[in-house]
Design a protein around this ligand. Structure first.
Ligand code: FES
Length: 284
């Protein structure tokens, strides 16, 4: 209970912003364009950071196991090196995601990152100790590193499962749409390439007529629920696209594909049809 209260208090710890805000500006100034999108996982259709962390977590945990078995110095050294090397791209991808989080999420994320950076430092020390023949010190530093990485993992879980960082925020809206065809708007109300905001119950839906037909997109951005109806219409490689007003994720209107992050997943589209001059939509 005390741990939960402590972690909850991180979200409101405004002092962390003194470090977090300049760091956020620095990350956004350095990581840009294709590098930024690649690290977000736009090419993968899924955030890259959780996939990359499997390497250090797996290698470091395995090192902890083999360190308890006599005569396995070499395996312990290889696993420590592998985990430490694998932690660098994982940290970079995490830092990139962190810079596009909400303020409360960034506060927790800053402590999460600090714990993991401490783990990388301890494992680097462990690796050096092992390579210079001091395996006892190497094991001790590795166990300290594992404790720090475990704290980082706990906070990472809090960020994802409690604070909903880096999850597809459009999915819950999709789940609110009832089965069957739902009325959206009159066909004549649609102008070419001009999204129209309609609703299905409480769910806002953007209806657009493009060259490929009428599309209906969940109007809350999957990254952090930004209002896509207020986004800018642009053309990318000849396709009509919508740019989220909050952090600039770009989605193709015809199929919802994400073209630039920080969103890493496509924006959900509904199926559409026209009946008696009315546009209707149903779950995909
Ligand atoms: S809310 Fe962040 S890009 Fe849309």
């Amino acid at each position: 209970m005390a741990v939960r209260m402590l972690v909850d208090r991180l979200e409101t710890a405004g002092r962390l912003d003194q470090v977090g805000e300049p760091l956020q500006r620095g990350v956004q100034a350095v990581l840009r364009g294709r590098v930024r999108d690649a690290l977000h996982g736009v090419w993968l259709g899924h955030p890259l950071h959780p996939a990359l962390v499997q390497v250090p977590v797996g290698a470091w945990l395995s090192a902890a196991v083999v360190d308890g078995i006599p005569g396995t110095h070499r395996a312990g050294t290889v696993l420590t090196g592998l985990g430490t090397a694998g932690a660098i791209p994982a940290a970079l991808a995490g830092l990139n995601d962190w810079a596009s989080l909400s303020r409360e999420q960034r506060r927790t994320g800053l402590v999460h990152a600090s714990a993991n950076l401490a783990a990388i430092g301890l494992y680097t020390g462990s690796l050096i100790a092992r390579l210079t023949g001091n395996h006892r010190l190497g094991r001790r530093l590795a166990y300290a590193g594992l404790a720090s990485a475990s704290l980082g993992a706990y906070l990472g879980g809090h960020l994802s499962y409690r604070q909903a960082a880096a999850v597809n925020q459009a999915e819950p809206f999709l789940r609110q749409i009832p089965e069957g065809w739902q009325d959206l708007c009159a066909r004549d109300a649609l102008a070419d390439g001009q999204p129209l905001k309609a609703r299905i119950g409480d769910v806002p839906v953007l209806v657009t007529r493009t060259e490929s037909g009428v599309t209906a997109m969940i109007a809350h951005c999957g990254h952090q629920t930004g209002p896509l109806a207020e986004g800018e219409l642009v053309t990318v490689d000849g396709a009509d696209c919508l740019v989220c007003p909050w952090h600039g994720s770009t989605f193709r209107l015809a199929d919802g594909a994400v073209l630039t992050g920080p969103a890493a997943t496509d924006q959900p589209l509904l199926r559409t049809r026209e009946i008696g001059g009315r546009i209707q939509a149903s779950l995909p």
